[in-house]
Ligand binder design. Sequence first.
Ligand SMILES: *Cc1c(COP(=O)(O)O)cnc(C)c1O
Length: 379
Amino acid sequence: MTWTRIEIDLDALAHNYKVLKKRLSRPTEIMAIVKSDAYGHGMIPVARRLRSEGVKYFGVSKLWEAVELRNAGIREPILVLLGIESSEIEQALENDVLVTVYRKELAREISEKALKHGKRARVHVKVDTGMNRLGVPFKSSFDFLDYVGRLEGLEVVGVFSHFAVADELTEEDRSFTIRQLERFTEVVRYAKKIDLPVSHFHMANSAGLIEIPSAHFHIVRPGIALYGGYPSGYFTNTIDLKQVMSFKTKIIHLKKIPSGEFVGYGRTYVTGRETVIATIPVGYDDGYSRLLSSKSEVLVRGKRVPVVGRVSMNMITLDVSGVPNVSVGDEVVLLGRQGGEKISAEELAEQCNTINYEIFCSIGGLKPKVFISSRGTSS
Ligand SMILES: *Cc1c(COP(=O)(O)O)cnc(C)c1O
């Protein structure tokens, strides 16, 4: 079926990388976060293009993602942000990935297994500076660094933390971010004092990269901004990003119906006049949220038209009465540009009360993707 496709504009990805790189104080490197299939954009083509643009570090959530990158020929350092299970230690060592550690038991096990293989495992310690999600709690982090520093099979090459509200610029959130940064700075000072062989301290996500130069350290870890998404509404006018993902399909049926007719499941929509309804072959199965029923707009012949009625599993109905010469086979853009108009992930996110991150992940899904690049197009 070729009606529907996700287009990934790798040139836009390269553009975003360059724009972000310009924000950096010189010796800082970019660790491209490509977890969750590069936020739905396709991990391997994304990683390959970023590497060719000069990216030297990659971050994923899980070990299997790192192994997939290795199998695709990515030789650069890869950090597994969530850490690993005991049963995965051997595989992590074989694939030479950087493992995140935050529990003493696992750190010790990794050290023992590494020594057995005559190796030292390179790890990054994650410190929780206030988010209370993952990482060694700030107060225990000094003791933890002492502990892992003494494990002979480990080489602590990185220490990092993560911001909870770097994307919010209210005064209260700003001061929380600053408190996190101060705590991290204390940890950095301690790691240096006890002579850990740390070459990379890092803290900044996209928001931190864009807005908080003092959080840049040795590495920054952008995800969303590489894909052209703004970390929050505060950022839209601060940096020129290009959305990488587009979602396109075609009209497969058209009909003119009188006033007073219902459209779709649940009879939630009633026509107030004679209406031309276009049906398109995508739905919530394709990651287009049912919460967008009778709320969102799509683009047809360069015009915005409303989604009317419920979003079904595989179909959506549109009111195209205002589109002259509308025809079966016309391209419909649900995310991305057409003519002078644009539907952004931020727009859809607001309409279904979520964030652009989730829009990319759900629409990106596992569907056929077409990778567009001035260096040639591929599927
Ligand atoms: C996902 C993630 C990032 C990237 O965050 P963005 O807001 O997408 O830039 C950075 N660091 C860690 C630890 C993450 O889990």
